[in-house]
Design a protein around this ligand. Sequence first.
Ligand code: THU
Length: 130
Amino acid sequence: MSLISAASEVRENAYAPYSRFKVGAAIRGGSGAVYRGCNVENVAFPEGTCAEAGAIAAMVAAGETEIIEVCVIADSPAPVPPCGGCRQKLAEFGRHDVPVTLATVDGQQTTTTIGDLLPGRFDASHMDRA
Ligand code: THU
């Protein structure tokens, strides 16, 4: 199954009663396995989690720590880019050149990279004097 199909499928399970905005994410780990996540909202709004965070959690729970490809899909007028926090989360596990496909349910698609989504990211080297 393609990454976009996996993201589209898991999006159906999103729990988004407050925003009514369902998001699906699928990531391919270094092994080739695909991990999925959807947004899970909460009545205490800041406690909600993004689709990307769910997919990353599934990957790490399965014992993998390298992302080689990402896809995010939503029903929006244009492909929705990951939020700032998710960009940092993706950068933790994926190299700069990892492709990130952003898609809409009506077939629009654009591809960027983890590096382009988060230039100048905070990484472990910034703590070298600690
Ligand atoms: N959301 C995601 O899951 N991923 C994104 O990349 C953008 C935003 C979710 C969070 C919240 O449940 C809803 O979309 C509206 O912000």
